[in-house]
Design a protein around this ligand. Structure first.
Ligand SMILES: Cc1cc2nc3c(=O)[nH]c(=O)nc-3n(C[C@H](O)[C@H](O)[C@H](O)COP(=O)(O)OP(=O)(O)OC[C@H]3O[C@@H](n4cnc5c(N)ncnc54)[C@H](O)[C@@H]3O)c2cc1C
Length: 266
């Protein structure tokens, strides 16, 4: 991933959103997917809490499974050719896990507004009430939106960010970069100091409070809020520092927070 690549917003984790995410992952293009429902699968989630599914109890597909499946992830042989809606939903769940797409989906996150900005990027607004207290990127500017609309012409790449000068801290980074798997907090701090940013500067850009940023760097898991919040904060922090793969890094951090050695070693 490079800074020159677009950052994409996908609205909805029905099959259109999942397929878009799969494609973007293959191309190593960073994206977020905002899904209104607590479940993925859209129309194929019977009684979907999003209130948008038209699936009825006896619904079966009327296009064969061979026409619907992804060539690189065939449907299970035991599924009938014209399978039940529950099979389709399960297939989408399995597909999402098989291609490791779940982490990029923000469930329960209805997009209320998508506004095109003058510089060609998009500002996404989520449901403020539901998201109260959750400091994820609720008004992040995206370079592309992917939903049912055809994609707009790619905007010019953003101008390189000027190197910031430290104003509050004189702390020098350690000589060597800490291991991001075993010391993800120290690794973030190293990256920040190496790039010459203070915590206050990161806080101003990310809207994450300085105490939280400090706790993230110190891996003060006792003091940090719940995992869902930390996941958003760490991802935002990592993106601000232009880490090459902020998704993977966030996974490492959360794995350490959970004490999940196996995931951290992956
Ligand atoms: C009765 C019925 C039978 C069908 N049978 C077939 C068939 O046999 N074969 C076939 O190929 N197709 C069939 N279809 C078409 C089917 O709907 C599509 O194949 C598929 O569901 C479209 O996927 P999608 O992701 O575009 O939309 P959806 O499945 O509708 O998913 C859209 C997703 O976006 C989310 N979303 C919407 N707005 C927002 C927002 N503002 N913010 C965040 N998230 C949002 C929703 O919660 C949802 O999860 C059928 C449709 C119906 C209604």
């Amino acid at each position: 991933m490079t800074d020159q690549q677009p950052r994409v917003c996908i609205i909805g984790a029905g099959i259109s959103g999942i397929a878009s995410g799969k494609f973007l992952r293959e191309k190593q293009i960073a994206y977020d997917c905002f899904e209104a429902s607590p479940s993925l699968g859209g129309n194929w989630v019977f009684k979907n809490p999003n209130g948008m599914s038209s699936a009825y109890r006896s619904l079966h597909i009327d296009t064969s499974k061979k026409k619907l499946e992804f060539p690189d992830f065939p449907m299970p042989p035991e599924y009938p050719t014209f399978c039940h809606h529950s099979h389709i939903r399960q297939y989408f769940e399995d597909l999402t896990d098989h291609f490791d797409l779940r982490d990029a989906i923000h469930f329960g996150s209805p997009v209320r507004k998508a506004k095109r900005l003058e510089n060609g990027t998009w500002r996404i607004t989520l449901d403020d009430e539901e998201r109260e207290g959750m400091v994820v990127r609720i008004d992040e500017a995206y370079q592309r939106i992917m939903d049912s609309e055809p994609a707009a012409a790619p905007p010019a790449p953003p101008a390189p960010r000027p190197v910031a000068k430290p104003v509050e801290e004189t702390q020098a980074p350690p000589a060597n970069a800490p291991n991001p798997t075993t010391e993800p907090g120290a690794f973030l701090q190293y990256q920040r100091l190496t790039q010459g940013f203070t915590l206050h500067q990161i806080a101003a850009e990310t809207k994450i409070g300085v105490p939280i940023l400090e706790q993230i760097e110190k891996e003060d898991f006792e003091a940090l809020p719940a995992e869902a919040f930390v996941r958003g904060h760490v991802h935002q922090f990592a993106r601000e520092l232009r880490l090459p793969d902020s998704f993977e890094f966030t996974k490492l951090y959360v794995a350490k927070m959970r004490g999940d050695e196996s995931e951290a070693d992956e």
